[in-house]
Design a protein around this ligand. Sequence first.
Ligand code: FES
Ligand SMILES: [Fe+2]
Length: 543
Amino acid sequence: MCSLRALSAAAGGVPAAAGLKKSGPISVSVPAQVQNCAVPDFRKAAVALRVWIERGGGGGGRGARSSSAVHATLQSRGTDEEKIEEEKEEERSRSRFNWTTNWYPVIPVADFDKAVPYPFHILGRKVVIWCDKEGQFHCLLDACPHRLAPLSEGRVDEAGCIQCSYHGWSFRGDGSCAKIPQAKPEGAQARACEQTRAQAVALPLLVKQGILFIWPDESSPELARRTPPPTASCVEGEGWCAVETFRDMCYGFDTGMENLVDPAHIPVAHHMVNGGVLGKRSQATALDLEVKAEGPLGFSAEMKKAVGPPSIHTFDAPSRFTYEYELRNIKGARAATTTYCTPTQPGRCRIIVVNARNFMIGLSSGPAWWQIFPRWLDHQLMLNLLDGDASLLHEQERTLVEKSGNQPEAWAKAYFMPTTADRYVGAFRNWLIRHAGKGIGWAPGVDLNLPPLLEKKEDIMNRYSSHTQMCKVCSAALEKFKLARKLLFLVGLAALGVAAVLADPSSRIKAVIFAAISGAIGWWLGGWIQMFYYKGYNHARIP
Ligand code: FES
Ligand SMILES: [Fe+2]
């Protein structure tokens, strides 16, 4: 809280003609950007304050009661301020964030199954991605121009086109129609493929650092070509290794991104996951976070530490947040975690994590012969982490909508964030309101309502639907586990059969023991198989 007089004094004093002395101190809640604004004179401070008031700053209570009085005082300041305000608004609209002209990560290419078309949602629109025989990726809106059947239910044909499974029309990567099986070979029907209405809508795609990125605006392929994707930190550094994974989450983009930029939750929400690699709840402590710069394209920030250099954090709008840090216990050890949140559908998002490090690189999956650590295990370890807060966020999102009356700018009234540990969350929410149109730029016609609340943890943390079935590596590992278990049970049964016909008692006992061991290993593999479907995480049961 501060008074308008105090604010104006801080801004260089109030001219007598302003008449503010008469109005007396007016008590309002002043936002950080106004408190901290480096304004050389009162006029700019007043404009900044008015912008904030007009945006609904201060909300209810005392600030709201005072705002009309403040507004009335400011109105008398004449047209100069209005002009400044108009210029500011023009500048704001010029620098406003555009949701569609950005690259969004979809999936690590190593996990993409090139044998089948891949359905995906981006900003609420359904698309299909496939890989042709030359290894080129293509993307079309997932609706066949013929009668709108989903192309993702089709197949990649012999020419590398995607073929609709309804009537067999085929489409090239640029959306042009390659074949209509029902068209007569001559006359008007033979030329039907060339008609504009036979064309599917193509979206730009690219692969960078082994990750497939999508550009959800079909009208700006040139801009897409000129725009670099948001790559991950340190991945290409000498002596570094990196592992990527992905998962579809049962919460929306803003909830997911807010979570990714929040270092304070990590030791608590991910308590003792994977042996406590991210900490335990007893390690939750005060965090000295400071946002150094912010604007339409995100913010950069740092977390001060008692010892050593600060950790550097960057939010690159709309989807990337990067942590870079040094490890205290290993000399020279550095790590960078790049997290992405891709807005797929309302109430859903895809999280992609790229972990890079310059130590223990032998313990990572990769192309080198010595990198024997299985990629599927890396994925499962990351899914363990993502289980930790999945239920919390699924429900938190709905409560925020309810408490804020579905008004995105009311987040600050719904949340109570008294510590510096929540600074990044505030910075992200402010970015969303000030620069990104107060919410996600969903495609027209998308149903903005959240999907129904999921009551069962098995649904919220379902690994099969959120990862395994879309991950070539985990699907293959799952099939191998299943096969191994079947073989072990068959071997066990065969050993029992042999035991039944053996005359020698000691041989018979050996056969029975062999059968029991086979059965036990098969049963043990069942636990690994289950991991690909559901594992779960119950905070109350983990000491
Ligand atoms: S709907 Fe696709 S070919 Fe008919
Ligand atoms: Fe996987």
